[in-house]
Write a protein that binds this ligand. Structure first.
Ligand code: FEO
Length: 392
């Protein structure tokens, strides 16, 4: 793959994972990803910023084959997709020291068994002079783990943000010219990885505003040489503003829940509300996560399997709960054959959602006119609440 020049004496040295289709053994990544490492040569010292996923150590080591000396390796984040090749790099560059935050040091020892005496701690706000290249370290805890930090290369105005501003997108160059493509990939990435830390990211975005960046260089996906769009998008995503939108993740077994979902969809659209539906038997969970970034309301639809909610619905509800979106309202609709606790099962699964719950609509068997009236009422209640929020 080889080094790619970003600025004088600043190079991309990472690995593109064109074929990866699942992250965390959970979330689809239809466009692959990359693990970005960067090499900076000062007059006196050479530094590597992050490494790559262990599965791609050979690519990184090949990129470094002509690099004689590395003095420091910054570990912005101990998670293995960025730190996993540290042992190989340390084995080749026997005098190199790893630089990490104080929590990062402990995590690197625990996760990768890096010898503690090969890791130096840098404090928040400290600077490292490489000789004409000055790197400043900024602690950004919970972006995405407690030890995470970013760094800023003053002379070149490059902000190295590790997971922050990342995207799961594999491209052949440093930058992606198709803005829509990187925007969707970055939103998917934010939804899947960063959304639970929205409040922390909001604070960090304000702090990072004092570092004027010509280039933002994350550790996944393309770099940004026009930084406005990605910063503005994140500012919007972490804000408290929600959109006039209802998302409906659902499953139907014999068609009854489907009829309720269809009726609700039409009723909401008639009220001027945008609807996104996700048939969970076929849905891309990443798309569901993306829709959770902005939507005001979620209505979960489930049939009853034996005595409870459909397990695939529970799985999606569990994921939504873990992602902690900024939803304001929620409800549950569905059906049962002879009994069960479908509603209670779902309610128990979503304690993190700080939402106002509308009364559920639960029917036995095929919906009748009374059931459709209840759905109509639910749509009207949602519309009224959206109106109160001023999003209609
Ligand atoms: Fe890309 Fe949190 O690791």
């Amino acid at each position: 793959m080889g080094l790619k020049k970003i600025k004088d004496n600043v190079f991309w040295a990472g690995a593109v994972d064109w074929d990866r289709r699942l992250f965390d053994s959970l979330i689809p990544i239809p466009d692959g990803t990359s693990y970005n490492a960067y090499l900076v040569y000062g007059k006196d010292k050479t530094i590597l910023l992050d490494t790559v996923d262990p599965s791609m150590t050979h690519v990184l080591m090949d990129n470094l084959k002509d690099v004689k000396d590395i003095d420091f390796i910054v570990s912005h984040h101990a998670e293995q997709d960025h730190s996993g090749s540290l042992p190989a790099v340390l084995e080749k560059y026997t005098h190199a020291k790893v630089i990490a935050s104080s929590k990062g040091k402990n995590m690197l020892v625990e996760h990768l068994h890096i010898p503690a005496d090969r890791i130096d701690i840098v404090e928040d706000g400290s600077k490292l002079d490489l000789g004409g290249k000055t790197l400043e370290f900024v602690y950004t805890p919970w972006v995405h783990w407690p030890e995470t930090m970013v760094s800023y290369l003053h002379e070149d105005k490059i902000l190295f943000t590790c997971d922050l501003f990342g995207s799961h997108l594999s491209v052949s160059g440093l930058y992606c010219q198709e803005e829509w493509k990187v925007c969707e990939a970055a939103k998917r990435y934010y939804a899947e990885v960063m959304m639970p830390f929205r409040a922390n990211i909001k604070k960090h975005l304000e702090r990072l505003g004092k570092f004027p960046a010509d280039i933002i260089a994350p550790s996944h996906g393309p770099l940004y040489n026009h930084t406005d769009c990605i910063v503005k998008s994140h500012t919007q995503w972490v804000s408290d503003t929600v959109s006039n939108e209802v998302i409906i993740p659902y499953i139907s077994m014999h068609g009854s829940t489907q009829l309720l979902v269809d009726y609700l969809t039409d009723a909401l659209i008639a009220q001027g509300i945008k609807v996104e539906r996700f048939d969970l038997t076929v849905t891309d969970l990443g798309k569901l996560a993306i829709s959770l970034v902005d939507a005001a309301t979620m209505v979960i639809g489930s049939p009853t399997v034996l005595t409870g909610a459909h397990p695939i619905v529970i799985s999606a509800a569990f994921l939504a709960n873990a992602l902690r979106p900024k939803l304001k309202f929620a409800s549950i609709i569905g059906s049962y054959g002879w009994g069960g606790r479908m509603i209670e099962d779902i309610q128990k699964t979503i304690p993190n959602l700080k939402v106002q719950m509308f009364d559920p609509v639960l029917i036995k068997g095929k919906p009748d006119s009374q059931a459709f009236s209840a759905i109509e009422r639910l749509a009207s209640e949602i519309a009224a609440k959206h109106q109160e929020l001023g999003i209609r």
